[in-house]
Design a binder for this molecule. Structure first.
Ligand SMILES: Cc1cc2nc3c(=O)[nH]c(=O)nc-3n(C[C@H](O)[C@H](O)[C@H](O)COP(=O)(O)OP(=O)(O)OC[C@H]3O[C@@H](n4cnc5c(N)ncnc54)[C@H](O)[C@@H]3O)c2cc1C
Length: 598
């Protein structure tokens, strides 16, 4: 499908055009149509006969459809533009990516302005994956591009090679340089660095050393979840206080101006400020879009991330756009940058659909903080459904395929003693930030508290929690499971553990533990947790936004989570913190350096 602006306008104006919306018939998937058809009791012959009628989707109609987000707004009359600001580089968005780019460019002497729809610097989470930082070296953690070869190959295989390997190569080879630069900047602003635990896959496939760096201070030691806003603030302070830069907040970009009737250089961006005035930012050299994801645009989600749309459309709060959004699980940004790019002829990324960031597998004690529960996982039929030893993103994908998306987990008190200490979320290597691992007894105390409350206090999916002195009593409490089948499955599992051979799913015998010592514990968790969606405009390895012919559009760049083709299939947390570390960190740092050279 051609995605240039002329075609959008033509499409929008044409009498036969179908304007597709996520809620409308034009957006229906084959599956949805099949359901609709079977609801009506339509016969195969009837369906075939109606295929030519106007309310039935066909491949040709889908190709012709103009989605709502492809239609540009009417331009603001020149007379209504109150102010025009001219700089070499205009960065749109004061999230981690935009701010990192701005600091990197300004530090090298570039003339940069940032404006943002948010009222302040914003970000969320805090884990920045990096390969071979000075901090890792100081802790004796061996990880460099050579040592990362295996995990990178595993990751690119997981993405079925649909991602842009050149952008990955730039990230991997410049990761140490950029995170060391970030560590220095953060330390100057009083933040300390810490390193989150790695993931200990006993099969070695998705094993990762401690590589997620986060930043924290004494008031907020929980850098893994709350460090990113501190980091974004520190970048903003560096930009304004140390480098003389300026940030206009509460100013929302509306559309880009591309010269020569939308065929030349992208030279300006029109925005609306907090007073409602229209303003124009003219860029002598570059406009950098860093406006975040598109998870709050229903139609974009239906078109570009149907898996997440289908599963989370009732949880995302579509009409509640908040440009200051930080830690949230109901959607983030409305995709303004992606839309603005499309309107000036940018192509969408090649990988379709976009990768969603989803986590939350079966809930139980976690070997490795971001883990699926490695003991027995059961579905509502009381059956095991996979080799349980994986992380919480892959665990979530498996759970989303289950009937009623419901997973049960069962373990015994001895499980607490399968390791000496248990990292909890927020822990870091050497526990510099004071968030300590739990001893087995502390862990058990937490289980007991949850069982008493009947639920765990985890984020996202709802989790019921039970405890009993016999397996029969435990299973009797487990609402919604086939109890006889569950007891049979547990019995079989115990045989496998005794024999050191899992004849069903071949869990590594090193982590195959019997469930035979009371008290026993169980959870039931439903659904998974949506965080964000990655990707957007077609982007080359220099972060230039490209058209349908892969040609860079002069003057237009993008970075951060909206970067096209960095992820494929799913954001799987195997290299945790890759979003902040790679696209918001290293690639934004390199972009800033490149722009300063222009
Ligand atoms: C709960 C949660 C936790 C997460 N934790 C992590 C983590 O630990 N590690 C990790 O790697 N990733 C994490 N992520 C993913 C994270 O969201 C991204 O990695 C990252 O924050 C995206 O940064 P960004 O700068 O690209 O976009 P954003 O942080 O969304 O910033 C976009 C900026 O652009 C502004 N903007 C938007 N539209 C306009 C407009 N029209 N005009 C002007 N300005 C505009 C916004 O106001 C904002 O300032 C997490 C996500 C969630 C939901």
């Amino acid at each position: 499908m051609e995605l240039n602006r002329r075609d959008f306008l033509r499409g929008a104006g044409a009498a036969t055009a179908v304007v597709a919306t996520g809620a409308g018939a034009a957006a229906m998937s084959g599956e949805a149509l099949a359901k609709e058809a079977s609801k009506d009791g339509a016969s195969a012959a009837g369906k075939a006969a109606s295929a030519g009628s106007s309310d039935v989707m066909t491949a040709d109609k889908a190709a012709e459809a103009t989605w709502s987000f492809m239609v540009p707004p009417d331009p603001v009359p020149e007379s209504q533009i109150k102010e025009t600001y001219t700089h070499d580089i205009v960065v749109v968005g004061a999230g981690m990516a935009g701010l990192c780019t701005a600091v990197s460019a300004a530090e090298k002497g570039a003339d940069v302005i940032v404006f943002s729809a948010s009222t302040m610097p914003i970000s969320r989470g805090g884990s920045n994956h990096a390969i071979g930082s000075k901090y890792q070296k100081a802790k004796g953690i061996e990880y460099d591009p050579e040592l990362a070869r295996k995990i990178v190959k595993a990751e690119q295989t997981a993405g079925t090679y649909f991602m842009d390997k050149k952008k990955w190569e730039r990230w991997i080879n410049h990761s140490a340089e950029s995170i060391d630069w970030t560590i220095d900047l953060m330390e100057k602003k009083g933040l300390k660095c810490s390193l989150e635990p790695g993931f200990p896959d006993p099969d070695g496939i998705i094993e990762i050393p401690p590589a997620s760096h986060n930043f924290y201070n004494d008031e907020q030691p929980f850098g893994a979840l709350f460090g990113a806003p501190l980091e974004a603030q520190a970048y903003a302070d560096t930009f304004t206080d140390d480098l003389g830069g300026h940030i206009d907040y509460s100013t929302k970009a509306l559309y880009l101006i591309r010269d020569d009737d939308n065929t030349g250089r992208v030279s300006a961006v029109v925005a609306q400020n907090a007073d409602g005035d229209y303003v124009k930012y003219v860029a002598n050299k570059a406009i950098v879009l860093a406006t975040g994801d598109f998870s709050k645009d229903r139609d974009m989600m239906a078109r570009y991330c149907p898996l997440a749309y289908k599963n989370f459309k009732d949880y995302i709060t579509w009409d509640n756009i908040n440009y200051d959004v930080e830690l949230a699980y109901d959607g983030l940004m409305p995709g303004d940058g992606q839309k603005m790019g499309l309107w000036v002829g940018a192509a969408w990324q090649k990988t379709d659909p976009c990768a969603a960031m989803i986590n939350g597998g079966a809930v139980g004690p976690a070997h490795g903080v971001i883990s699926n529960f490695w003991g027995i996982n059961l579905d509502i039929h009381g059956q095991r459904y996979m080799n349980e030893v994986t992380n919480f993103a892959y665990g979530a994908m498996a759970k989303m395929m289950l009937p009623e998306q419901t997973a049960f987990a069962v373990w015994d008190v001895n499980y607490a003693y399968t390791q000496d200490e248990w990292d909890q979320f927020g822990c870091c290597v050497d526990n510099e930030n004071g968030i300590m691992p739990l001893s087995p007894d502390e862990l058990i105390a937490g289980w007991d508290k949850n069982a008493e409350a009947g639920k765990s206090d985890g984020i996202g999916s709802s989790t019921q929690y039970w405890k009993a002195d016999t397996l029969e009593d435990l299973v009797a409490q487990m609402e919604g499971i086939d109890k006889d089948a569950a007891l049979e499955s547990i019995k079989r599992y115990n045989e496998y553990a005794k024999n050191g051979l899992d004849e069903e799913f071949h869990v590594n015998p090193d982590v195959l533990y019997p469930i035979d010592t009371p008290p026993f514990y169980a959870t039931k968790s439903v659904g998974a947790t949506f965080l964000t969606v990655c990707g957007g405009l077609r982007t080359d390895d220099k972060m230039r936004v490209c058209d349908e012919d892969d040609q860079p559009i002069e003057g237009l760049y993008n970075t951060g989570i909206m970067t096209g083709d960095f992820y494929a299939n799913s954001y799987n947390f195997v290299m945790p913190g890759q979003n902040l570390g790679a696209v918001c960190g290293t690639l934004s740092y390199l972009l800033g350096r490149d722009l300063a050279e222009l």
